[in-house]
Write a protein that binds this ligand. Structure first.
Ligand code: CP
Ligand code: NVA
Length: 318
């Protein structure tokens, strides 16, 4: 399989989409579509044969772990799951030393956990591709699957309007902000001002948006969903922030995504997206997430195809 475009991804990590150009992300999206078509056609290959993947988890996961493990394993690779109960991650051994050892035994490393600096250190010292499977700051593999799902419904994402409604400072909103800025998507974060995305990240994204033609806006007003192709939300309290649950509920209750909000888009074909897991009845009604506008199961499936594409490209296994 050829890589769409003339890019060299071999040996690269994915820590956030800030390190990739819009054209590179586009190439990975096209590859993801091909990978999905192959899977649907029952075309099973062995492109990861002889490769190994360390899957490091400080936080829980269903989709991300299963996507990495099945995408890698079904093509002959050997994934190894390591939780903090199994491995020294800064305990008893420096993170740098753990990274050096992993780099001697594994072809690549996936990390899910708290600090972005941990995934950066793993990448710096392991010498192999490191994939960010979610940190407090970013969830880049999720964002690629989200854009793929948007495109499956509406074609090329440039100029399409995606609204994130909820905790605008969380990892999912931040990753969407970056990927939309790179790909020319009209991206609106609708959140109370207290939960606006980090101004420093916004400052990095605005010039990228100017270059790609993306329109990035922040609003506290639900009327800003007008014209949205997709409304996206995430949990009000992310992993590691459980002590903020009451405060978040108070702030975000008016921002629940429900049928009335979907109607405010003025479009009949608006879809609903959510990275999952969802707390039905909080950030989204059960009626909406389980109803006809919801694309969350396609979105979850697309995690696997996009993650496979990222690994194929960065491991040079095409
Ligand atoms: N969307 C997502 O990352 O799901 P998991 O937490 O189950 O991996
Ligand atoms: N923002 C959520 C995403 C889960 C996939 C969290 O970090 O818990």
């Amino acid at each position: 399989m050829d890589l769409p475009g003339t890019f060299n991804f071999r040996g690269r990590s994915l820590l956030s989409w800030l390190d990739y150009t819009g054209a590179e992300i586009r190439s990975l999206l096209e590859l993801s579509k091909r990978v999905k078509d192959e899977a649907k056609g029952g075309d099973i290959k062995e492109r990861f044969k002889g490769k190994t993947l360390a899957l490091l988890f400080e936080k829980r996961s269903t989709r991300t772990r299963c996507a990495f493990e099945t995408a890698f394993g079904e093509e002959g690779g050997h994934p190894v799951f390591l939780s903090t109960a199994d491995i020294q991650l800064g305990a008893k051994e420096s993170l740098e030393d753990t990274a050096r050892v992993l780099g001697r035994m594994f072809s690549a490393v996936q990390f899910r956990g708290f600090k972005q600096s941990t995934v950066e250190t793993l990448a710096r010292y392991s010498g192999v591709p490191v994939y960010n499977g979610l940190t407090d700051d970013f969830h880049p593999t999720q964002a690629l699957a989200d854009i793929m799902t948007l495109e499956e419904n509406f074609g090329p994402c440039g100029g399409k309007k995606l609204c994130f409604v909820g905790d605008g400072r969380n990892n999912v909103a931040r990753s969407l902000l970056v990927i939309c800025s790179k790909l020319g998507v009209t991206f609106t974060v609708i959140t109370p001002p207290f939960l606006n995305p980090d101004p420093a990240l916004l400052e990095r994204c605005l010039p990228l948006a100017a270059e790609s033609g993306a329109a990035i806006t922040l609003s506290g007003d639900l009327a800003a969903v007008e014209g949205a192709h997709a409304i996206y939300t995430d949990v009000w309290t992310s992993m590691g922030e459980e002590d903020k649950r009451a405060e978040r509920r108070a702030l975000l209750e008016p921002y629940q995504v429900n049928a009335a909000l979907m109607e405010k888009t003025g479009r009949k074909e608006t879809i609903f997206l959510h990275c999952l897991p969802a707390v039905k009845g909080e950030e989204v009604t059960a009626e909406l997430i389980d109803g006809p506008a919801s694309r969350v199961w396609d979105e979850a499936e697309n995690r696997k195809h996009t993650i496979k594409a990222i690994m194929l490209a960065t491991l040079g296994c095409l």
